[in-house]
Design a binder for this molecule. Structure first.
Ligand code: ZN
Length: 727
C-alpha cells in the first residue's frame, strides 16, 4: 500500500514525507524488522527484536523493495486494469508497512537521543521515497487509465472509491506537474520533513528539560495529596529525592495551575509552559514555523491551489477553508460572551474588578487581584465548588484506571458485542504495555488492542491511538492491531492509579478511535478503519466520550478505591449539572488555536512573524485577555509537527458537531445503549472506513445532514436561529 503523507492516511502517519534512497546496505544477517510477523492471529509486531540500530538498514531495504515492486507495476506489459494496478499497489510495500509500524511506535513512545538521530537522518529520505512513487509517470498513467470512467464502470463501488482515492492523491501530490515542478515539490517535501523533525525535537527538549523543583510545604500550598505524590515520584526520577517536581507538560502543569495557592509559582509554571519553543535560544521554533509556512504556500501554488488551507481541505467533509471558518466563527462569539461571564464569576470570588480589553484601570484596581491567565484554572475550580458544590478531588477516588478500562470494555460489549481478554507472552516494547485479544459476539477473533497508559521520559505528551496493522480482506482476512497510549502517572506498586475526570474522558476518547479501527470491515487497507478524512476521524472518538457519564458505567465501574462503593448518585448528578461549566474557557482556548491555524495557512506566501501574527490576529478577534491559545504557534505540534493536522485543527469542532448531533440519535431512541442505533452506527460509519464519502456515511446514519443545535446545547451556548452550518 502507498502512504499518502500529506493526506495523513492514519491517525499518525508518521512517515511524513520521500528522495532516491541509496542502495540498501549489504545484509549478511536478515534484518528482523523486515521479516513477516509471526505468532498468533496473523502475526504480531516483533518488539522483542527491535534495536534502534536496525531501523536505518530496515527502512532502506523496505524502501528499495517497494520501489522495485512499484517499478514492476508501472512497467507491466499488460494493459492497465484495477487488478494489475490498484490492487497490485495495495499488495505492495508489505515490508514498509511492518517496519513503518515499528518506527512509528518508537517515534511516539521511545524517543531516546539515539532514536532521535535516526529520525533526523531518515525523515527527508522517507519524504523523497514517497515522492519517488507519487511522481512515477508510468505508474500514474496506469492509475489514470483505470480511473477513466469507461474502465471504472467495470469495478465494485469500493474498488471505484479506491481508484478515485489513489488517483486524487497522486494528482494532489503533483503527478500532473512538469519535471521542474515535480523536482521543486520533492525538494520542498524533503525540507519540510526535516523542519517537522526539528520542530518536534525542540518541543520535546523544552518539555523534558524545564522542570520546576519545589522545596517544602510552602511551595506545595493547595496541592492535593495525589498531585504531591506524583510530583515526588517525578522529582525522584530526576535525581531530586525528597523534593517535588512539576514537569513542563500539560498533564503536570494543568493540575498545578488548578490547585496551587502560590500565585507567583502559578505565574512561573504558566509562563514556562506557554513559552515552549519561544525563548530566542537554539531551540526556538519561530524561524522554523516561518519557513514551514513559506514552503507550504509555495507548494500549494505549484500544485494549483490558492493556499495550503485550500489544498488541505479539498476532499474533507468541510470541503473549503471558508466553510470551516464559518463554523469556527459561529461558535466564537457566544463562547467569548460566556468567558466574560466566567471571568465575572471568578472576579467576584477573587475580589477586584474584572478587566476587559477596553477598561481603563484606576490605580485602585491595580492594587486588587485581577484574573490573569495563570489564575483562570485556579479560580474556575473555586467557582465550580461554589456554584455546583463539585470538587474534582471528590471524583478522583472513584476513577481507578483499571476499573475505567473494564468500563470501556463493557461499553464496547454493549454497543458492538466485543469481548476483551488479556493475552500473555506477546512481545511488547516496554514492560508497562499490556495486550488484549478482541472477539466478537460469536467469539470470532476481531483484533488485538495494545495498551500503554503511563508517562515516561522519551514518550510524547498527550494521548493517542495507533494502528500497527489495519484490517483488510482482499487477499485474505487480515485482522487489525490497534493501540491506545496515554501519559498517566504510574502509582506505587499495588496502589490503584487514580485519574481525573478529564483524563477519564480522554481515555474513552482514544478508545473510541480504537473501536473505529476494530469495527473496520472493508476489502482494501488504504480505506480501512480510521483512514478517513481528518474532520470525520474525531467523530467516533468524541462520540464515545459520552458513555463515561452514563449511570450504567458510573454505577458499575466508578468504584471508590478503598470502599469499593459506586460513585454516589448525587455526585453523579453534580457532574451532569456542571457539564457546561467552564465551556467558555475550553471553547475559546481551542477556537483561538483553530482560527490561528486556519488564518496562518490562508495568509499565502508572505513572510510571517509568528509572534506578531498571533498577537495581531487575536486582538482583531477580540480574544479575552485572561485566556491564551491552547497551543501557541511555536508549540503547535498539530500544525507544525507534520502536515497531517495543518489547517486541520478545526476538525475537532467539526467532528464535535457530528458527535453532539449523533448522540441525540441515541437519546431520541432508547438511550445510549439502544441496540438498533448502535448497530446502525457500526454499519454506516464505523465498519465502512473510507469506502464511503463521509457526508453520505453520516446521512445514512442520521437520516439527514448534521445540525449545529446539539453542539450549542452541549456546550451551554444559545442556539443560533440559522441552526445548520455543517453539510
Ligand atoms: Zn482524537
Amino acid at each position: 500500500m502507498i502512504r499518502f503523507p500529506a493526506l495523513g492516511a492514519g491517525l499518525f502517519a508518521l512517515l511524513t514525507a520521500a528522495p532516491a534512497p541509496a542502495a540498501p546496505p549489504e545484509a549478511t544477517v536478515p534484518n528482523p524488522l523486515l521479516a513477516p510477523w509471526t505468532g498468533p492471529h496473523g502475526g504480531v509486531p516483533p518488539f522483542d527484536k527491535v534495536e534502534v540500530a536496525l531501523f536505518e538498514p530496515a527502512l532502506e531495504a523496505a524502501m528499495a523493495e517497494q520501489l522495485a515492486e512499484v517499478e514492476r507495476i508501472a512497467n507491466d506489459p499488460a494493459p492497465p486494469t484495477f487488478e494489475n494496478t490498484l490492487a497490485a499497489l495495495e499488495r505492495s510495500g508489505g515490508a514498509m508497512d511492518r517496519v513503518g509500524a515499528l518506527y512509528s511506535v518508537y517515534s511516539g513512545n521511545m524517543g531516546t537521543p539515539e532514536f532521535q538521530a535516526v529520525q533526523r537522518e531518515m525523515s527527508p529520505r522517507l519524504a523523497a521515497f514517497n515522492d519517488q512513487i507519487l511522481q512515477n509517470e508510468k505508474l500514474f498513467a496506469r492509475v489514470a487509465a483505470v480511473y477513466d470512467p469507461r474502465e471504472s464502470a467495470k469495478v465494485t463501488p469500493e474498488q471505484k472509491r479506491l481508484t478515485w482515492y489513489t488517483h486524487t492523491n497522486f494528482v494532489r501530490a503533483g503527478a500532473k506537474l512538469d519535471a521542474a515542478g515535480k523536482k521543486r515539490v520533492g525538494e520542498i517535501n524533503q525540507r519540510l520533513a526535516t523542519l517537522f523533525t526539528t520542530f518536534n525535537q525542540n518541543l520535546l527538549a523544552d518539555e523534558t528539560d524545564d522542570v520546576l523543583v519545589l522545596d517544602g510545604e510552602k511551595d506545595l500550598a493547595g496541592l492535593p495529596d495525589a498531585l504531591r505524590a506524583a510530583a515526588a515520584g517525578a522529582a525522584e526520577q530526576r535525581g531530586h529525592k525528597g523534593k517535588w517536581a512539576i514537569l513542563n507538560t500539560r498533564s503536570s502543569t494543568e493540575p498545578f495551575l488548578t490547585y496551587s495557592d502560590r500565585r507567583d509559582l502559578r505565574q512561573k509554571v504558566w509562563t514556562t509552559y506557554y513559552n515552549r519553543g519561544d525563548h530566542g535560544d537554539a531551540k526556538d521554533n519561530n524561524a522554523v514555523v516561518t519557513e514551514i509556512l513559506k514552503l507550504r504556500a509555495e507548494r500549494a501554488k505549484l500544485l494549483g491551489y490558492e493556499t495550503h488551507a485550500h489544498w488541505r481541505l479539498e476532499n474533507t467533509m468541510a470541503g473549503t477553508p471558508e466553510r470551516a471558518l464559518e463554523l469556527l466563527e459561529t461558535v466564537w462569539k457566544p463562547a467569548v460572551a460566556r468567558v466574560h461571564e466566567e471571568v465575572a464569576d471568578m472576579q467576584a470570588l477573587a475580589g477586584g474588578a474584572a478587566r476587559s480589553a477596553a477598561a481603563t484601570r484606576s490605580p485602585r484596581d491595580e492594587a486588587q487581584i485581577r484574573i490573569e491567565p495563570w489564575d483562570y484554572r485556579y479560580y474556575a475550580e473555586k467557582v465550580r465548588k461554589a456554584k455546583y458544590d463539585l470538587d474534582e478531588n471528590e471524583l478522583k477516588p472513584y476513577l481507578q484506571l483499571d476499573k475505567l478500562r473494564e468500563g470501556m470494555f463493557w461499553v464496547a460489549g454493549e454497543l458492538f458485542g466485543f469481548r476483551f481478554s488479556p493475552l500473555q507472552g506477546i512481545p511488547v516494547y516496554h514492560p508497562d504495555v499490556t495486550v488484549y485479544e478482541v472477539k466478537d459476539a460469536a467469539l470470532r477473533h476481531v483484533g488485538l488492542w495494545y495498551f500503554d497508559p503511563y508517562a515516561r521520559p522519551g514518550k510524547r505528551s498527550g494521548a493517542w491511538m495507533n494502528a500497527y496493522r489495519v484490517q483488510e480482506r482482499f487477499r485474505s482476512e487480515v485482522p487489525t492491531i490497534v493501540s491506545n497510549n496515554a501519559n498517566f502517572v504510574k502509582g506505587q506498586p499495588g496502589e490503584p492509579v487514580l485519574v481525573s475526570w478529564t483524563d477519564a474522558t480522554t481515555l474513552f476518547h482514544e478508545f473510541g478511535h480504537a473501536l473505529h479501527g476494530l469495527n473496520s470491515s472493508v476489502s482494501y487497507p488504504s480505506l480501512a478503519g480510521t483512514r478517513v478524512s481528518r474532520d470525520f476521524v474525531e467523530f467516533p472518538s468524541q462520540l464515545l466520550e459520552h458513555w463515561l457519564s452514563t449511570p450504567e458505567v458510573l454505577n458499575r465501574f466508578a468504584l471508590h478505591h478503598q470502599t469499593g462503593k459506586p460513585m454516589p448518585a448525587d455526585l453523579a448528578r453534580k457532574i451532569e449539572r456542571a457539564a457546561t461549566f467552564n465551556q467558555g474557557f475550553a471553547t475559546v482556548e481551542y477556537l483561538a488555536s483553530a482560527l490561528i491555524d486556519m488564518k496562518l495557512h490562508l495568509a499565502g506566501e508572505k513572510t510571517i512573524d509568528p509572534d506578531a501574527f498571533e498577537r495581531e490576529t487575536l486582538a482583531a478577534l477580540g480574544m479575552p485577555p485572561q485566556i491564551v491559545m491552547r497551543h501557541r504557534t511555536p508549540q503547535f505540534a498539530h500544525a507544525f509537527g507534520s502536515d497531517s493536522y495543518s489547517a486541520g485543527y478545526y476538525s475537532y469542532l467539526w467532528s464535535d458537531t457530528l458527535t453532539a448531533d449523533a448522540y441525540e440519535a441515541f437519546v431520541e431512541a432508547g438511550g445510549p445503549y439502544d441496540k438498533a442505533v448502535a448497530r446502525r452506527l457500526r454499519d454506516t460509519v464505523l465498519a465502512v472506513g473510507n469506502t464511503v464519502d463521509p457526508v453520505d456515511a453520516y446521512r445514512a446514519f442520521r437520516g439527514r445532514d448534521p445540525q449545529i443545535r446539539a453542539l450549542m446545547l452541549k456546550r451551554g451556548f444559545p442556539v443560533p436561529a440559522e441552526a445548520s452550518t455543517t453539510r
